[in-house]
Structure formats: C-alpha cells, structure tokens
Design a protein around this ligand. Structure first.
Ligand code: ADP
Length: 377
C-alpha cells in the first residue's frame, strides 16, 4: 500500500462542501495540515458565529480523510477564524498556515479574554523541574487567598493537569462550541488531556499546537476569573516563544532547580519572555533543599541559593524556595496537591505566599509599571 500524501488528503477534503459556499480547500478553510506515519491532523478555520452549526462539517471532513487508505488516525479541530481587533492585522486566513518559527511579530489573538482578569504563565527552561507542580499549587494558593482561579495546561505534548488535579472525564458543551472547563479543588481546569484519548499520538506541531491552545484559551467558558494560570510546555524553543506571543500574558513565573540555574536553562526562559515583552515576575527555586522526614536535617543536595543570586543578577525577583519533599510529589501526583492536602502545613503557606506576591504584581499592575531591569555587571 502506498503511503498517504498531502495531495490525497486535500483531494478528500475537496469533496466536503461548506453548503453553497464551496469546498473546504477552495474556501481556504484548511490550515496546519500535518501528516506523520499515517496520522493526520488539521484545523478547519471557521467564523465563530457559525461555530455550533459546523460540528457536522468537522466530522464529515474527519470521516472523508479517515476513509483514505494508509490513514491510521485523523484529528480535525474547528478553529475560530477571528478578525483581529484594529489596528492589529489578522494572521489567519491562509490555506496553509506558516510553520513554527514563522509567527507574526504582532500576532492576532493576543487580545484579552472577556471576564478573565490576568493571565500568568508558569514556565521553565527544561522539563522535570516541577513546573506543573508549582503551577497547580500556585493556582490553589491563589484560590485559597480568595480569588477565582483557572488553570490552563498548555503542554500539548505532555499534559499533566488531569493527573495533578485528579480530574478525569471529558468537558461538556452547552452550545456545541464553547467548552465548559472541568472543576475540582475550586479551580477551573482545561487540558488537552481531557480532549484526546491517552493513546492518541500527539503529532501536532506548530500551527496545530497554536490552534489547540487558542481553542483552550478562547473557546472555554473561563469567565469570571480573577486570574488564569497557564502551565507552559517546558523549554525555550520556537513553540514556547510562539505561545508566549499568542497568549495575552500579564507576566511569567520561571521555575528552576538549583542545578538548572547553574546550567543557564532558567536564564534562557527569562530571555524568551523578555523577547516578547512579557514581564518576568520572578524565579521560584524548586527542589531547593531536602528535609529528612526522619530527623528533620536539612541537606542542600544540589547547592542552594543559586536562584536568589541569579534573580538578583538578572534584575528580577526571587519569589521563594520550595523544598524537595516526598509529600509534595505524592500529593501532586495523586491529584490532591499539597496546598489543599495539607492546607495548614509549611508548603501550603509557601505557595500561598507565592500566590499573594504574584497577585500583588499582576493584580495591581506592578508588572506593567516596573518591567524587570537587566543588570550588567
Ligand atoms: P515539570 O512540569 O517541570 O515537568 P512536574 O511538576 O511534572 O515537572 O514534576 C516532576 C516530578 O517531580 C513529579 O513527579 C512531581 O511530583 C515531582 N516534584 C515536583 N516538585 C517537587 C518537590 N518540590 N518535591 C518533591 N517532588 C517534586
């Protein structure tokens, strides 16, 4: 059997018509077509006003491609084709969206989200430093401080929020267009992990990731929220940069371990946000030190204090240190993070303090008034 080609997919999509207007390809509605080892993904760009009526069209497109020989799986998503608010220029409307790294300098879609106060990113230079753990506990700390909080898991390739919030199942929609966020521990939560079966390969790249993120940001009933915490994907590559450009961020919190500070990864994270004019609120040092659960002895396994020094050197704030503690791992991996599992304990207090400082900065506009200084010594 010959391998499936892009041409064959487009030919199948030409058989699907959007009523009298014409076929999906001729109308330029297909974007971000990705094809890898028989797995196909694409977006159908639609006028949001017609959203609910177009679900049958999406299904028909998926079915047409699925019927092609050599196709193993198909994922089609409806993407709102939005006119950007003037004077910004819309980046949409291509029949073939640009690849990663070709994001427009002034992206459409960076507008605020109705009913959402501030959006804050939690990011890291690399994976495994506890970024998602800090993100979920920060969100819970904000909620414990009396705010209405949501958490958006922007890690399309490795979503962790279903596990960390202990939520399973699929989000529902009242109108076939806007998804209701999942809810637990007083948080509104959205993650690609709720939408795609665990065994579905994540072959999305560039434009597909962007359209999935845009949908999770804009086609979810988030409002009313005081603050939305975005758990960014790890790393500082093109995908992260594009994402940071697309999401209307009030600021970013960088999570780092003592050793990753030494390896400069956190610095890369900082620079990435600066490139796209997002204020870096500060650095959190995670797995900062180890407290022996038996004798209480404090060991600084990876060295300690690096993040504080580095934050100072880079002219950004040191937001606090979180110890390496088995209770933090067990509670976040078990779906009841430490801030709710042990609300009177020292870790919950640390996360509430972090939350209070973050809210102080974005809630009062400090982040905008006082962008971080770059100190050259
Ligand atoms: P990332 O989002 O950076 O990839 P995660 O938040 O998923 O990292 O954390 C990676 C692993 O480390 C998880 O099993 C998590 O429970 C654990 N972990 C994170 N922070 C801590 C901590 N302070 N103490 C103990 N375990 C932690």
């Amino acid at each position: 059997m010959s391998a499936i080609t892009e041409e064959a997919i487009l030919a199948a999509l030409r058989t699907i018509r959007d009523g009298e207007r014409g076929d999906l390809v001729a109308l330029g509605m297909i974007s971000g077509l990705q094809l890898k080892d028989g797995h196909v993904a694409f977006a159908i760009e639609v006028d949001p006003a017609r959203g609910p009526a177009l679900e049958p069209l999406r299904r028909a497109a998926e079915k047409a491609v699925d019927a092609l020989p050599g196709v193993l799986s198909v994922t089609a998503v409806l993407t709102a084709h939005r006119a950007a608010a003037p004077p910004a220029r819309s980046s949409r409307g291509h029949s073939h969206a640009p690849g990663p790294g070709h994001a427009p300098a002034a992206p459409a879609g960076r507008g605020a989200i109705d009913g959402v106060g501030a959006i804050v990113a939690v990011a890291s230079g690399k994976g495994g430093v506890g970024k998602s753990t800090v993100a979920v506990n920060l969100a819970l700390g904000l909620a414990a401080n009396g705010l209405k909080v949501g958490i958006l898991d922007a890690d399309i390739y490795g979503p962790s929020m279903p596990r960390m919030t202990g939520i399973s199942g699929r989000p529902t929609s009242h109108d076939g267009r806007v998804l209701e966020p999942m809810q637990h521990h007083g948080l509104k939560v959205m993650s690609i992990g709720f939408l795609v079966a665990e065994d579905t390969p994540m072959i999305w790249r560039g434009p597909m990731v962007m359209s999935a993120l845009q949908q999770m940001l804009r086609d979810v009933n988030w409002a009313p929220l005081d603050i939305l915490v975005v758990d960014m994907p790890p790393g500082t590559g093109d995908a992260q940069l594009t994402m940071a450009q697309q999401v209307p961020l009030a600021g970013a919190v960088i999570v780092s371990t003592p050793q990753d500070i030494a390896l400069l990864d956190a610095r890369k994270g900082l620079n990435m946000f600066r490139k796209v004019d997002v204020p870096v609120l500060g650095i959190v040092e995670n797995m900062s030190f180890f407290c022996c659960p038996n004798c209480g002895h404090r060991s600084e396994i990876f060295g300690h204090g690096g993040a504080r020094r580095e934050a100072e050197r880079l002219g950004t704030e040191f937001l606090g240190e979180i110890p390496l503690d088995i209770a933090i791992r067990e509670t976040s991996d078990g779906g009841t993070p430490i801030t709710v599992a042990d609300p009177t304990g020292p870790h919950a207090a640390a996360f509430r303090a972090l939350a209070a400082r973050v809210w102080e900065m974005v809630g009062t506009g400090d982040a905008r008034r006082a962008p971080p200084r770059i100190v050259v010594r």
